[in-house]
Design a protein around this ligand. Structure first.
Ligand code: MG
Length: 407
């Protein structure tokens, strides 16, 4: 099942100001959404925001903006209430999902990191909102559930991910039958040219040094392993109703071409621009309104040439693991994602090395055979089980030099 409302159909025309509910307000997507709210004060109204813990950062980022505030973590919420910085705008006992179910809004910007973003996406879908989805894990973990909820709720789903935004922009208004395949571009990450034998020795600092995009730590690690591109294959499958065989990946180090579609007559359509997340974010929030966004423009003469190369799934096995998990379906992508979230946290904690991560994910997938997913409870149960198994593998791993033998 796929989401049929977008991009092939026209986005709705919504009255201005658009009322925004922002989840994950202190993350990279959250900060850039707040930048857009400040740039378009008459056209965007921030009605509610949610963070998990970082209420002090939120207070600083909000400045004179005065939305309702949800702090998900109970201890952090108590601390925020004690400090009194949000006054009576701090909601008692409401997490991001409760906020999405109850706040006034037209558009949900879901900038939550990880599988925790799924339940709020479903809540917004049930309300018939436009969902500007930066949380690709919603689709990786709950793809079929989200599709069904978007259709049942009469909602709209617009991707914030730059690649999927590019695809949406190229596909808008086209007929489904005219589409042959899509091509996702990948920067290749910081280790695009690193020989296989040197990957065992890369440092966390090198992992976090992304060549083209400035993003949060989780997605930056995912970009270095190419797991991010693997998750994006699964995301594209659900968003556009594509067979996995019709989703290609090419490495494009400059990140100027954000992705391409191939039509059945052989035409390739691409969307190009600066690697600036505000562009796909504004597109997703406004639904092709093309509001004037100041910023650096892509200078083709400065770029000079566009380079492409094939991805190397030997050096970057996560790309292959993700595609295989997507093809298996059911709980397989849930396990992949949960194992990866646990592994990324362990890498950021310096508990494992970069080179250990694919083996950890692969071992979790081996331990947990794919099973069908009927509902949100089943998805969350599979997510919890995969986290438990991966933590177990991690405990076994502590003290051993590498997990690469598992691949
Ligand atoms: Mg992306």
């Amino acid at each position: 099942m796929s989401i049929p409302l977008y991009p092939f159909a026209e986005p709705r025309s919504l009255p201005e100001p658009l009322r925004l509910v922002l989840l994950g307000a202190t993350g990279s997507i959250g900060e850039q959404t707040l930048d857009l709210v400040r740039r378009f004060p008459d056209r965007l109204k921030l009605t509610a925001v949610a963070v998990n813990q970082r209420w002090e950062d939120l207070a600083r980022l909000l400045g004179d903006l005065e939305p309702l505030v949800s702090v998900g973590d109970p201890a952090a919420r108590d601390a925020a209430a004690g400090a009194g910085v949000f006054g009576d705008r701090l909601l008692p006992g409401a997490d991001a999902t409760a906020l999405a179910a109850a706040a006034e809004g037209d558009v949900l910007v879901n900038g939550i990191v990880g599988a925790a973003g799924l339940a709020p996406t479903l809540a917004a879908a049930a309300r018939g909102w436009r969902i500007a989805l930066a949380n690709k894990e919603s689709l990786v973990v709950g793809g079929n559930l989200v599709s069904a909820a978007v259709i049942a709720g009469g909602a709209e789903m617009l991707p914030v991910d730059s690649e999927h935004s590019a695809l949406a922009q190229c596909l808008r208004g086209r007929r489904r039958e005219d589409l042959d395949r899509v091509v996702l571009t990948a920067s290749g990450g910081p280790f695009r040219e690193t020989p296989a034998h040197q990957l065992a020795n890369v440092t966390l600092e090198e992992v976090l040094n992304h060549p083209t995009w400035d993003m949060g730590p989780k997605i930056t690690v995912d970009s270095a392993t190419l797991m991010n591109k693997g998750l994006e294959i699964i995301e594209a499958h659900h968003l556009f109703g594509l067979d996995y065989a019709d989703i290609d990946v090419v490495v494009h180090p400059g990140s100027w071409v954000h992705s391409l579609v191939v039509l059945r007559d052989g035409a390739l359509l691409a969307q190009l621009g600066m690697p600036d997340m505000r562009l796909p974010l504004l597109y997703a929030i406004t639904g092709e309104q093309r509001w004037p966004l100041p910023g650096e423009r892509l200078d083709l003469l400065e770029v000079g040439r566009l380079e492409f190369e094939a991805p190397d799934t030997e050096r970057f096995p996560c790309l292959r693991l993700a595609r295989e998990a997507g093809e298996k379906g059911g709980t397989a992508p849930i396990t992949l994602n949960a194992a990866n979230e646990v592994a990324v946290a362990a890498l950021l904690d310096r508990r494992i090395l970069y080179a250990d991560l694919p083996g950890l994910v692969s071992s979790a997938l081996d331990r947990l055979p794919a099973a069908p997913v009927a509902d949100l409870q089943a998805a969350l149960a599979a997510d919890g089980e995969a986290r438990r198994v991966t933590l177990e593998l991690l405990t076994d791993h502590d003290g051993t030099p590498t997990l690469r033998g598992n691949l």
